[in-house]
Design a protein around this ligand. Structure first.
Ligand code: CAA
Length: 282
């Protein structure tokens, strides 16, 4: 089994580490803060407990999954054995570019460098390395242990061989990989974010209230969550950042973020993570 390093132990990083370890891959989970790593291991344990309680995982599998995860607070030391690195750090361009410069220095020559970015260009990330053909997007969906999709994003220079390998690895995780090209928002967010933005515009313009908008989409379109509830779950700051990438990158005014979204983010109403968004979260 390939040795995998996951950079970042937040919601996406711990979900990605969980899924790799559950499917037999040895994983090094890397974050700059040991308390964040300890918290991530606690979250993985709880999410594995849910699977044990549902009968989809045995207690022995849970123990084996946890035993496959080691933690590290240094990229330089944590990636020395990695054959695949999946970066899932905060969605900040400068931070990601710095991480990829470091990965290029410290990860073994043949290692594939993947990013879980939801909208930053893979081509731009790849350009700071000397192995652009080995840089690729592996965009998992939240909650990672539950959602079946991996959006596999080919940068301008990503090789066919690396793309095939990442498609195969995604299948080994029980996921359905889908290959897409590197343009703003890829496919998932190019379609999802305008829907969320339109839901926010519907609220802003007084077409309907929060619950009414979500009910229409949940019951009328069989979405598991309404768009405003989903925006809270993703994080309103993340939604705004992705809309700005679409607006800047595609140059079409239809992607302009709704002023209500901009105001809510400025006011610190970020959804589940801040306790308040379109809904109150306790
Ligand atoms: N780990 C393991 N299992 C989990 C879990 C986790 N973190 N979260 C939920 N589950 C499991 C539950 O145990 C449950 O299992 P069973 O089906 O076996 O009973 C199942 O998932 C459903 O969970 P719940 O019953 O608690 O709740 P639910 O039915 O309301 O489903 C949900 C929760 C799966 C989150 C569902 O509401 C949903 O699919 N929502 C939409 C999610 C979505 O759209 N995600 C994509 C967001 S966009 C993104 O991630 C990318 C981006 O770039 C912005």
């Amino acid at each position: 089994m390939l040795h995998v390093a996951v950079i970042g132990s937040g919601t996406m990083g711990n979900g990605i580490a969980h899924v790799f370890a559950q499917h037999g891959f040895p994983v090094t989970l890397i974050d700059i803060s040991q308390p964040a790593l300890d918290k991530a291991l606690g979250t993985i344990g709880k999410n594995l407990d849910r699977q044990v309680a549902k009968g989809s995982l045995s207690e022995d599998d849970k123990t084996a999954t946890l035993s496959r995860i080691t933690t590290h607070t240094s990229i330089a030391e944590g990636v020395t054995n990695a054959q695949l690195v999946v970066e899932a750090a905060t969605e900040n361009v400068d931070l990601k570019l710095q991480i990829f410069r470091d990965l290029d220095l410290y990860a073994p020559e043949g290692a594939i460098l993947a990013s879980n970015t939801s909208s930053i260009s893979i081509t731009r990330i790849a350009a700071v390395t000397k192995r652009a053909e080995q840089v690729i997007g592996m965009h998992f969906m939240n909650p990672v242990p539950v959602m079946k999709l991996v959006e596999v994003i080919r940068g301008y220079a990503t090789s066919d061989a690396v793309t095939q390998q990442v498609m195969d690895i995604s299948r080994q995780l029980g996921k359905t990989p889908t290959e897409v090209n590197d343009y703003p928002g890829f496919v998932a967010n190019r379609i999802l974010m305008p829907m969320i933005n339109e839901a926010i515009y519907s609220l802003f313009e007084g077409v309907a209230g929060v619950e009414e908008i979500d009910t229409v989409m949940k019951l009328g379109m069989a979405h598991p969550m309404g768009p405003l509830q989903l925006a809270d779950f993703i994080g309103l700051d993340v939604c705004l950042a992705i809309l700005r990438v679409l607006h800047d990158g595609l140059g079409n005014p239809k992607y302009a973020p709704c002023p209500l979204l901009v105001n809510m983010v400025m006011a610190g109403r970020l959804g589940v993570k801040s306790g308040e968004g379109f809904y109150t979260h306790t």
